[in-house]
Design a binder for this molecule. Structure first.
Ligand code: ACO
Length: 401
């Protein structure tokens, strides 16, 4: 479709589609998703194969630039990212100014936006080269912000990791190294996190990605567009679900582990409670990411020798939901976030950081979608409405109201 030819073409007809359930907002060559068949592919590669054979940085390159990198391309990409892995020292002052109780998603969104002030050259980017520089800059600095939001929560000094490590290894080191004990790398955890980040890396025009695209469509810079996406991801109906799932499983455990009681609550239309981690706007048979994560959760827990009663409650809920007519009729299956929190928890990541970890994974997808939108010279995103308010009224002076 020639996007230019569609400019200004409303033909006087406005489609009303709340939640955009049937509205395509763009053409995209990044992620293919078939919700009926449970298929997810990045640039044509099956998610199952990427999760098994690729690493997160390779997948980031694939999503952003369209092809798997060869060895030299990947090395250059990683080196360029590493050359931007230091943030301005004043960022520490901003972090210090937040109360310790601040939610890490609010901190991350603010810091990502604040980076614009310290990196003005990444704001007005038009050429591919300028885009590339802004992209490697944020890929370098974002893991630092992620790690520091957690270190702030834990009262740890804001320090860097080790650039000689791989991207994901370095994130873990930055998050967990402590003045009180030596940091020891755990391959099982590195692999599990790598897999989780790959599974979260893109998901076509979801709420946060659409937010990034529409913010960027005004030619606001990359960093603020990403900050808008982080805010959208925070909500419990979207990325915030991974935190909500864990809190729900904890609550069920505290309440004696009666899963049937919570199944009944979820089905009760007078009760606002929903079974968090169940249902998906697009997947109506199964979420292929959930299948992979479920296996990974089992592996991580058994490798670490952790026996987590929360996992048993999760499995119990899944089994009951699969056999329950309400859930079957509405095609509600566990989504990607039903099991991811269990892995994060086993890694020692605090619950409030779960959605931040999702943001770290989704970063390449947001960037790829933003870049595609800019390269395709898409027009500013500006939906219409059907007006339902008053017709013309005459003004009443305040003393007569
Ligand atoms: N528990 C109980 N009932 C549910 C649930 C749930 N988790 N999800 C949907 N339903 C019911 C709705 O009440 C509705 O029932 P009705 O037809 O009797 O009115 C029906 O299923 C359809 O639900 P909608 O809300 O219309 O579906 P929509 O596509 O708009 O919402 C969503 C999808 C937001 C994911 C929803 O299923 C939900 O709230 N799930 C829980 C939160 C969650 O896990 N979010 C993470 C999504 S994945 C991600 O962002 C990475």
């Amino acid at each position: 479709i020639d996007v230019k030819a569609l400019r200004g073409a409303t033909n006087g007809v406005i489609t009303l589609d709340p939640g955009y359930k049937n509205t395509g907002s763009c053409q995209s060559a990044i992620t293919f998703l078939d919700g009926e068949k449970g298929i997810l592919r990045y640039r044509g590669y099956a998610i199952e194969e990427l999760a098994e054979k690729a690493d997160f940085l390779e997948v980031a390159y694939l999503l952003i630039f369209g092809e798997l990198p060869n060895k030299e391309q990947l090395e250059k990409f990683h080196a360029d990212i590493k050359s931007h892995s230091v943030v301005d020292d004043d960022v520490k002052k901003i972090i210090d100014a937040f109360p310790k109780s601040a939610h890490p998603m609010g901190v991350l969104s603010s810091l990502t936006s604040a980076l614009t002030a310290f990196n003005p050259s990444s704001v007005n980017v038009d050429s591919e080269e300028e885009m590339y520089n802004a992209i490697v800059r944020i890929l370098g600095k974002f893991p630092v912000l992620v790690a520091w939001t957690m270190r702030k929560k834990r009262g740890l000094p804001l320090e860097y990791g080790d650039d000689n490590l791989g991207y994901v290894e370095n994130v873990l080191k930055m998050m967990f190294k402590s003045p009180n004990h030596d940091y020891v790398q755990n391959e099982v955890l590195v692999n599990a996190l790598d897999k989780l980040l790959i599974l979260h890396a893109d998901h076509e025009q979801n709420c946060s990605t659409s937010t990034v695209r529409i913010t960027g469509s005004s030619h606001a810079g990359l960093f603020v567009s990403l900050s808008a996406g982080i805010s959208a991801l925070w909500g419990p109906l979207h990325g915030g679900a991974n935190q909500a799932v864990l809190e729900m499983l904890e609550a069920i455990k505290e309440d004696g582990g009666d899963t049937k009681k919570y199944m009944a609550k979820a089905k009760d239309k007078n009760d606002p409670f929903r079974l968090m981690g169940f249902g998906h706007r697009v997947y109506k048979n199964f979420d292929p990411r959930a299948k992979i994560i479920k296996v990974a959760a089992d592996e991580v827990l058994s490798d670490l020798g952790v026996e987590d009663p929360i996992l048993d409650i999760a499995k119990g809920l899944e089994k009951e939901a699969l056999e329950d007519q309400y859930f079957v009729d509405r095609k509600l299956y566990p989504n990607v976030d039903f099991y991811s929190g269990i892995i994060y928890r086993a890694m020692g990541i605090p619950v409030e950081m779960f959605t931040v970890m999702f943001a770290l994974g989704r970063l390449p997808g947001w960037i790829a979608q933003w870049r595609e939108m800019r390269l395709r010279k898409e027009p500013i995103g500006r939906p219409r409405q059907l007006y339902t308010g008053e017709t013309l009224r005459s003004f009443t002076p305040i003393e007569k109201r």
